[in-house]
Design a binder for this molecule. Structure first.
Ligand SMILES: C[S@@+](CC[C@H](N)C(=O)[O-])C[C@H]1O[C@@H](n2cnc3c(N)ncnc32)[C@H](O)[C@@H]1O
Length: 216
C-alpha cells in the first residue's frame, strides 16, 4: 500500500482540484500554466477540428482560454466562438481578457458542462475539448451531447494526455478518471460518430486526439 504524507496529499489534492475547476488566487496561476503547458495540444486540436471562416465553433472546458483565441483567429470576422466551462472564475477571466471579441458578438463565454451544453441541436461546425474528460466519471452522456450539437460532417476533437504517462503524475490520484484511449474512441463511436485517432508528440506526455465526425 502506498503511504502518502498528509501535507503532500493536501498539495496534490489542491493541484488536482485546481486543474478540474480553477478558482481563486491559485486559479489565476493555474490558468497561466494551462495556457503555456497545453498550447501545443490545443493548437493541434484546433487544426484537427478544421474550423473554417464563418463557422460556429466551441471550446468546452477552455480553462485559461488560449483555445478561444486560436479558434477566433480561424473563424474570422464572420465566425462565432462559444466558450463553455464549469468554472465561474475561468468564465470571468475570459470575459475580461477577451471583452473586445465579446463586444463584437464573435465570442460568447458561458457556464456549460460537457454533459449539458446550452446549445441548440446541430449548432456547431466544429468543437474542441482538451484535457477535460478526466473530470467526468462517465463519457457516454458527454459523447451523446457532442453528437447532438454537431452539424452533419462537423467534428468534435477530444484531446488528452497519454493515460499511462498521466498515471505517473501523483496529482492524478486525486479525482482524475484516466481512461485508455480506446475507451474514448469507443464512447464516440457509440454516440454514432466516425473516429480518427492522432498521436501528437508533446512534452512531458504524448498527446492523443480523438476526432469524432458526424456523418453527412
Ligand atoms: C485541466 S483544465 C484544461 C483547460 C484547457 N482546455 C487546456 O487544455 O488547457 C480543465 C478545464 O475543464 C473545466 N471542466 C471540468 N469539468 C468540466 C465539465 N464537466 N464541463 C466543462 N468544463 C469542465 C475546468 O473548469 C477547467 O477549466
Amino acid at each position: 500500500m502506498r503511504v502518502v504524507n498528509p501535507v503532500a496529499a493536501r498539495v496534490l489534492s489542491t493541484v488536482a482540484g485546481q486543474l478540474g475547476n480553477p478558482h481563486g488566487t491559485l486559479g489565476k496561476l493555474t490558468a497561466r500554466i494551462l495556457n503555456r503547458g497545453n498550447r501545443s495540444l490545443i493548437d493541434a486540436a484546433v487544426d484537427a477540428a478544421e474550423p473554417g471562416i464563418g463557422d460556429a465553433v466551441a471550446d468546452i472546458g477552455f480553462g485559461g482560454g488560449v483555445g478561444l483565441s486560436l479558434l477566433l483567429a480561424r473563424v474570422g470576422a464572420t465566425g462565432t466562438v462559444h466558450g463553455f466551462d464549469i468554472s465561474p472564475d475561468m468564465i470571468a477571466r475570459a470575459a475580461s481578457d477577451l471583452r473586445g471579441e465579446i463586444a463584437t458578438g464573435r465570442l460568447t463565454v458561458a457556464p456549460g458542462s460537457l454533459t449539458d451544453l446550452p446549445l441548440d441541436d446541430a449548432a456547431l461546425d466544429a468543437a474542441i475539448t482538451v484535457n477535460t474528460v478526466y473530470f467526468i466519471p462517465d463519457l457516454a452522456p458527454a459523447c451523446t451531447e457532442f453528437a447532438r450539437v454537431l452539424r452533419p460532417k462537423s467534428r468534435i476533437v477530444i484531446g488528452v494526455n497519454d493515460p499511462d504517462g498521466m498515471a505517473k503524475a501523483p496529482f492524478t490520484r486525486y479525482g482524475f478518471t484516466l481512461r485508455p484511449v480506446a475507451e474514448i474512441r469507443a464512447a464516440l463511436e457509440a454516440a454514432g460518430l466516425e473516429v480518427e485517432h492522432r498521436q501528437i508528440p508533446d512534452r512531458p506526455f504524448t498527446g492523443h486526439l480523438l476526432i469524432g465526425r458526424r456523418a453527412g
